[in-house]
Design a protein around this ligand. Sequence first.
Ligand SMILES: C[S@@+](CC[C@H](N)C(=O)[O-])C[C@H]1O[C@@H](n2cnc3c(N)ncnc32)[C@H](O)[C@@H]1O
Length: 286
Amino acid sequence: MNAGAASLRDVAAVLAAARALGVDRLDAQLLLAHRLGRARSWVLAHPEAPLADADADALLADLRRRADGVPLAYLTGEKAFHRLVLRVTPAVLVPRPDTETLVDWALELLAGPLAARPAPAVIDLGTGSGAIALAVAQGCPHARVHALDCSAEALAVARANGERLGLAVRWWRGDWWRALPEDAPRFDLALANPPYVAAGDPHLAALRHEPRGALVPPGTSGLEAIAAIVAGAPARLASGGWLLVEHGHDQGDAVARLLADAGLRAIGQRRDLGGQLRCTAGRGPP
Ligand SMILES: C[S@@+](CC[C@H](N)C(=O)[O-])C[C@H]1O[C@@H](n2cnc3c(N)ncnc32)[C@H](O)[C@@H]1O
């Protein structure tokens, strides 16, 4: 595709350039809407709308980056998750719809078996953009929500999302449970979407623009981060508290074994919207 920005005179030309670059039409419409500060419906209705040179330059650059596999969310700087719109940067994983399964399950537990606890303590381990912590804080305003991550850059994104959305979360930096101070509360609910892609997984090529530390744990099995979180959970859970972990579609048996070996009980699993086994949960002793 040799189109220069100068040839992108109007909306229709941008959509034609996107097609030539192999960029999805919806993505191109969303990039146009974002850049022009318009709704997507406006873009659809105004193919003849002229573009300023600066907008044409920026759009061509964005289309080229999108064609190279950069996630749309990094180009627009935002991603819808649960009932929130989060700001995202390349310092954080782009929150996935699959992870809403874990949030929905957490909110069900808070409204059900944990409803009698007046101010339940919740922790999100490996918070990234803050997606899980903030969605739980929004869905259960009486919860005391904590979140941790080893990445200072990710925590800055999460903290800014919390401030912008007016949602109160206590943020901690460090390595899994070790990030928390000695006097941290025992948690009624611990939630984690940790890195769980094995180092040699061929799918990593398509994820190359996202932080490797958010995708791949140290080691080779893909289960190392989950194992560390599960091993530390019994000492950090309140009596009868729950641990919910997101994992790969083929890791359900292994994760259920890890939870059972750590002494958790009432082990259950849930599928994501695509029908893949995605979350495993267990409950600490009473
Ligand atoms: C798969 S991302 C999940 C991000 C977010 N929770 C979500 O669902 O979109 C995993 C997160 O775990 C963090 N992480 C990786 N290793 C960690 C460790 N040892 N201790 C704490 N956080 C870690 C990464 O920085 C990343 O933000």
